[in-house]
Design a protein around this ligand. Structure first.
Ligand SMILES: Cc1ncc(COP(=O)(O)O)c(C=O)c1O
Length: 436
């Protein structure tokens, strides 16, 4: 038995056991690793209080939501449906912030109002949203948060940068005056200012945003008692990458918030809403080798596995890199990119979807890039690491009519728990069967 790496507790016995019970493909989550990340962010240094919200878009599984909030994290929801899902998992509305591009209407609007009356914090993300929610909030005496568009952002890829002018999240600085004039007319208060500059970006730019956001708050938001610096804490998925230093970021934020207090007399609670940092490296996608091919001289070796972009779309979407673990069918770790066992077989790991882009290592030009690993045989396993965030929740899982993979949680005592069953084909077509 060998653990796959030195930062997690998943070992090759878990892989065989999970495969035997639930098959492949499957997602596997390491609760010890999630709990460790939760405790790290909850103990970040802060000046006048800290609220950590788990960005549930990263992974919305009900058991994970329940367990993570059980440790003291609150929830960041990106849609009313996510907020409802958190409530269905047992999370109180008062622990949820909603930052959404969508403006609920019809019965969804009623649900939103009800949730706001029960304490959900609505994060106004545009002038139009404010105009649609303002009167209800003012009449009900409910204070709001405002997501500002900081004008500067940083992300793992251009499409994950949410703060620059290619991205339309939040109330643009140009519109803040009009928004506040409207809110003041209604007697509406903003008790929080929020910005999220992007996902997986440069920690130095995350730090820089603190000062920028504080100055926006100081200039425009006299009632704010809380400031959210969003998510985006960088997590290294591959060897050689660096994760955000949460201790140092917390110390810096605390120092800036203390200086702000010394200058203005205002003590601000700090909020952050990490998703990736909490779950990314706690997750693995288990796949089985189905075929081996080669594209000849000047071409590449291909290892074809039974789960690709429909399990993990991040390489195809963002060019993201995920580590591979090759495990023999009898449970021997043949190679791990975290050493000490490397491999000298160069291959592209291809999925089973009818897409040439369905591989797990895509370069900047959209072409697949081979990686060094041990050479597996058909029937062996390729486990894709760094698959806890934005995999199960974001992949196009029904493409080619494949079924959504099961999710399995490995508890701290090593026991395994099925936390989502494999989808059946009948469930995929269930809503189409209206003429039968
Ligand atoms: C508003 C907001 N908060 C938090 C997050 C979580 O980001 P990450 O998973 O990089 O921590 C996101 C993701 O893009 C987001 O849009």
């Amino acid at each position: 038995m060998s653990t796959l790496n030195d930062f997690g507790s998943i070992d090759t016995c878990h892989i065989l056991d999970i495969h035997e019970k639930y098959g492949a493909p499957a997602y596997i989550y390491d609760w010890a690793a999630i709990a460790e990340r939760c405790s790290r962010v909850l103990s970040m240094p802060n000046a006048f209080g800290l609220t950590v919200r788990y960005a549930m878009k990263a992974n919305s599984n009900r058991t994970l939501l329940r367990e993570i909030t059980g440790l003291g994290l609150h929830i960041d929801a990106s849609s009313l449906a996510e907020a409802r899902r958190a409530v269905m998992a047992g999370v109180g509305c008062e622990k949820i912030i909603l930052s959404s591009q969508e403006i609920p209407c019809g019965s969804d609007r009623d649900t939103l109002e009800d949730m706001m009356k029960h304490g959900l914090l609505y994060n106004v993300c545009s002038l139009r949203q404010l105009r649609l929610i303002g009167e209800f909030a003012a009449d009900s005496g409910i204070a709001l948060s405002m997501r500002v568009h900081p004008g500067v952002g940083s992300g793992e890829s251009a499409s994950r940068n949410t703060g620059d002018h290619y991205s339309c999240f939040g109330v643009h600085l140009r519109d803040i005056g009009a928004a506040l004039e409207y809110a003041n007319g209604l007697g509406l208060k903003f008790t929080q200012v929020h910005a999220h500059i992007g996902s997986g970006g440069d920690p130095d730019l995350w730090r820089e945003n603190i000062e920028r956001e504080l100055s926006i708050l100081e200039r425009h938001f006299p009632d704010a008692v809380s400031i959210s610096f969003g998510g985006g804490l960088k997590e290294a998925r591959m060897p050689g990458e660096d994760s955000a230093d949460t201790e140092a970021l917390g110390r810096y934020a605390a120092e800036r918030l203390s200086a702000f207090y010394a200058r203005t007399g205002r003590k601000l609670n700090m909020e952050i809403e990490p998703g990736t940092y909490i779950v990314a490296n706690a997750g693995y996608a288990l796949t089985r080798v189905m075929d081996k091919k080669s594209t000849g001289d000047g071409g590449f070796n291909f290892i074809v596995v039974n789960g690709g972009m429909e399990l993990n779309a991040r390489p195809a979407m963002y060019g993201s890199r995920h580590p591979f673990y090759v495990i023999s069918r009898d449970g021997k770790l043949l190679s791990s990119e975290f050493g000490p066992i490397g491999g000298n077989f160069s291959a592209i790991v291809a999925g089973r979807c009818c897409e040439s882009g369905d591989t797990q290592n895509v370069g900047a030009d959209g072409r697949s890039v081979p990686r060094a690993m041990a050479e597996p045989e058909v029937g062996d396993f390729v486990v894709i690491g760094g698959a806890g965030a934005y995999c199960s929740s974001m992949a196009p899982f029904n493409y080619n009519s494949y079924s959504q993979a099961p999710e399995v949680l490995v508890r701290q005592d090593g026991s395994i728990q099925l936390i989502r069953r494999r989808q059946e084909l009948e469930q995929i077509v269930a809503n189409e069967a209206i003429d039968d």
